[in-house]
Design a protein around this ligand. Structure first.
Ligand code: OOB
Length: 535
């Protein structure tokens, strides 16, 4: 069999293991261990569900038995597209326990994107919710299953609706006997979706050993212990909510995970009060509404000790307001689903916390800051961040284009982020070389939207750039060269949604131009377009 994904060299794995930079058990082992140590402690709170570690572990066993009986086999991929509800945690651990590989899809994706992911991963099953906002993920999943022969099962959290869809509940076996872990530590554990810079989704392979280490080391960096109560506000399938330290880090330490059904501060503040939440994580775009809510409510969330903010750039002015106005410690997190996580230390001076994006999680994380020729830049000069380490991937899963574009020959991942490093070793993100828009933390590959625009009648050329935006961090601006009347933003929106694209990828603003400016080598000059859009 040709390898589906490039692993770390055996020698590197050996050395990481020896130094404690890989976990040596499968991921769902962390649940088993906590169930044995503190079975009656509260593990998971979601809507009306409250599960202790013993209950959660035994439900995971029951679902694992049911999934295995379908059968879903070890090594098979299962696309999981669930919002923040208890079935996500159950499904995730049950799949991990039988050695199947969850593919974590965000609920915000459009049906065409879900299908493309399922196809790339050759998923054998799709797990979706009975409803999500105004969409019907169940019906979408059934249509995808009809088109993709490898999709044998559609499994639904909640009401399964029409056959052949089945509810996850119906799979819960009566047999709650502990199921042995099917995976070995160096096996593929799960596939994450890359923010991407290309038109096709890229899947990030993460192993039990590397993801487990990412979660454990993050929990340490964030002082997570069995008294931690973590509120998952961002989508559960995002890497930030999963391992930075997120669900995995907190459950691994014996703390409690509370799932917030929506990111609004009203919902979150009520849950913080009710459950005594001590830690949560947000993207910068959500912070202003939390600050507003804190001003409105007489009692600010008193139990909250640490607010993590990451996913896109947090401006310094807002950063400085968090401590005094929310009464908690800010921690900036600069991470990526591909691996590397950076954190500002919890005891760092305010200056460091408010003006840097922190330092690498692991002593084994290697960092290079380079110019266009891959030559390291002098201290203080911005350059592209390259990184290599125990939990950073060495190549994408079943990559369609050569990995040499995103990896150096010696295995460094090209993050596409422009950074500088302070004399103390903290990183500051100053920009980006990858052609991407970071809209409220959601990553949009410019080329993907450009291709959708080109497919519209009369559009001859298109270019998408990100522009600073006070609410979103960045908004997407599309430039169109059209023959005849250019389509309006509403027409573009309708066309993109018809094509099954996620609503957040629809350009926020559409402009027309007689021609696109070109650089000396004939590429679209995005710098000039950005200047244009700023005028
Ligand atoms: C997180 O992961 P992804 O995969 O959605 O996006 C990674 C990219 C980074 O390469 C960078 O461009 C941007 O998001 N980013 C930031 C940032 N954190 C991420 N840019 C500026 N400042 C920050 N603090 O976004 C992610 C994964 C794990 C933990 C936290 C965030």
């Amino acid at each position: 069999m040709t390898q589906d994904w490039p692993r770390h060299p055996a020698e590197a794995i050996r050395s990481y293991r020896e130094r404690g930079f890989r976990e040596d058990r499968p991921l769902s082992g962390l649940l088993r261990e906590q169930a044995a140590r503190r079975g009656d402690r509260l593990a998971l709170v979601s809507r009306s569900t409250r599960l202790t570690y013993a209950e959660l572990d035994s439900r995971v066993d029951r679902l694992a038995h049911g999934l295995a009986a379908l059968p879903v086999r070890a090594g098979e991929r299962v696309l999981v597209r669930l919002p923040n509800r208890e079935e996500y945690v159950l499904t995730l651990f049950a799949l991990l326990r039988i050695g199947a590989v969850p593919v974590l899809a965000l609920p915000a994706l459009g049906p065409a994107e879900v299908e493309s992911l399922a196809a790339t991963a050759e998923a054998c099953a799709l797990v979706v919710a009975d409803r999500h906002g105004r969409t019907d993920p169940r019906a979408e999943a059934l249509r995808i299953a009809e088109r993709l022969p490898h999709v044998r099962h559609v499994l639904v959290a909640g009401d399964p609706g029409d056959a052949p869809a089945r509810s996850l509940d119906s799979l819960l076996s009566q047999d709650a006997a502990p199921r042995p872990e099917a995976a070995r530590p160096e096996d593929l554990a799960l596939l994450l979706l890359s923010g991407g810079t290309t038109g096709t989704p890229k899947l990030i392979p993460r192993t039990h050993a590397d993801y487990g280490y990412n979660a454990r080391a993050s929990a340490q960096a964030c002082a997570v212990d069995s008294d931690t109560v973590y509120l998952a506000v961002l989508p559960v399938a995002h890497n930030f909510t999963m391992v930075s330290p997120g669900i995995m880090g907190v459950l691994g330490a014996g703390g409690t995970v509370v799932l917030s059904p929506d990111p609004s501060p009203t919902t979150a503040f009520a849950l913080i009060e009710q459950e005594g939440v001590t830690l949560t994580s947000l993207v910068p775009a959500l912070v202003p509404s939390w600050l507003d809510e804190a001003r409105r409510t007489p009692e600010r969330p008193s139990s909250l000790r640490v607010l993590q903010v990451g996913g896109s750039r947090l401006d310094e002015v807002t950063a400085r307001r968090i401590g005094p106005e929310l009464g908690c410690t800010l921690q900036q997190v600069f991470g990526m689903a591909e691996g590397l996580n950076n954190y500002t230390p919890l005891d760092a001076p305010e200056e460091v916390v408010c003006t840097t994006q922190g330092r690498p999680l692991s002593p084994a994380d290697e960092i290079l800051i380079v110019d266009e020729d891959d030559t390291p830049v002098p201290p203080g000069v911005p350059g592209e961040l390259l990184t290599r380490g125990p939990y950073t991937l060495r190549g994408y899963y079943r990559a369609r284009e050569p990995d040499s574009l995103r990896f150096t020959p010696d295995g460094f991942y090209r993050t596409g982020d422009l950074v500088t490093r302070t004399p103390d070793g903290d990183l500051v993100v100053v920009g980006r070389v990858k052609d991407q828009v970071n809209r409220a933390g959601e990553k949009i590959a410019a080329v993907e939207v450009e291709e959708h625009l080109l497919a519209l009648p009369g559009v001859r050329a298109s270019a998408v750039v990100g522009m600073p935006d006070p609410h979103l961090g960045e908004r997407s601006v599309a430039f169109l060269v059209a023959e005849g009347p250019a389509p309006s933003r509403e027409e573009i929106r309708a066309a993109m949604l018809r094509r099954g694209v996620a609503p957040f990828k629809v350009p926020d603003e559409v402009r027309t131009a007689p021609a696109l400016p070109l650089t000396g080598v004939g590429k679209v000059d995005k710098r000039r377009l950005r200047e244009e859009a700023g005028r």
